[in-house]
Design a protein around this ligand. Sequence first.
Ligand SMILES: [Zn+2]
Length: 405
Amino acid sequence: MIDHRRLGRELDLFVSDPLAGAGLPIWLPAGAAARHAVEEYVRELERRSGHQHVYSPPLGKRELFELSGHLGYFADDMFPPMRLSADDEFVLRPALCPHHALVFRARGRSYRELPLRIAELGGMYRSERSGVLGGLSRVRAISLNDAHTFCAPEQVGAEVVEILGLIRAAHAALGVRPAGFRLSLRGPGEKYVGDDGQWARAEELLRDALAGVPYVEAPGEAAFYGPKIDIQIVDAAGRESTISTIQLDFDKPERFDLSYTDSDGGRRRPVMVHRSLVGSMERLFAYLIEVHQGAFPAWYAPVQLVLLPVDDEQAGAAAEQARRAVAAGLRVEVDVAGSLGARIRDAARRRVPYLGVLGSREAADGRLALRLRGGRALDPMPADAALALISRQVAARAVDLLPPD
Ligand SMILES: [Zn+2]
């Protein structure tokens, strides 16, 4: 069976060391290179769609999370507070929303700024029990692709539709194949904040945004502060989880007393839309490793091109081509150790998308013989043309290794 933990080990993507702690994996250079490419893509997508990025710390004073409601409603999922002195306690945050509410509150806001979209790829922590932890799919230290839109009540519907479009774009680029949409609603019990009117309004807005999209309803799966649209994936073992989410929140703007000046000069309360396009980097990669069986699209492959001089005579020419590939922005390695056949097999084992073979003829006239992952060999071509071909596929964030004919 495909298992991201086994592939993660084979491909040197990440390691889980018991000394570091369960649910606290370490990203190795190959995994970090792939993640970095994905993070850059997500930031660019967000920037182009009007998001502004911030940085905020992964821990904060106890009072911040009392105000947000997390300590009252979500404490079971949090690490216990750390006490520095009697009146100075800190908690590892279980969500980024409280800090982003403070970003909104950092100065007076006008209706002209809305919708205000605050984004961050930030750290947060959940005290998952050790029995449920495994590889990257369930972790205790989470790197979340997160954003909060502060908008006027009448802007919420359009914002949710816009976010659904961004989610579809991100899924297409990364190769995510959603298993279905879910409308997560309040269930019975006392674990929810806000009044019935707010919940009904939020639910109606989400139903409208989902018009024409098939979805299932899931009572009891809402956030403690509001209903949400969840986009589900299924892993290789058949387990379902949420990769993307859009949540409506009328409660936190009340708790943080958020307001903006409307066009008539009056003070109004914004609505907070929590959303994640691709979820946490950990769960996303657990999924991507399995769905691609380690063979990522070239744009986020850890190494995009391995150059193979047939023998030592071509080592200098290979090093020169590697310098040019690096200058062109590609992630490239030169492999000189062992027989050519063994080096080709090793690159195939590592799922490297492009191999460039240099024999004496290629080295002499500045050409490269490209081999694609999967074994297809192209006719030798000028090295510049080969690098341009790879660069184009990477820049287009194409799933295929060659442009369409
Ligand atoms: Zn949030």
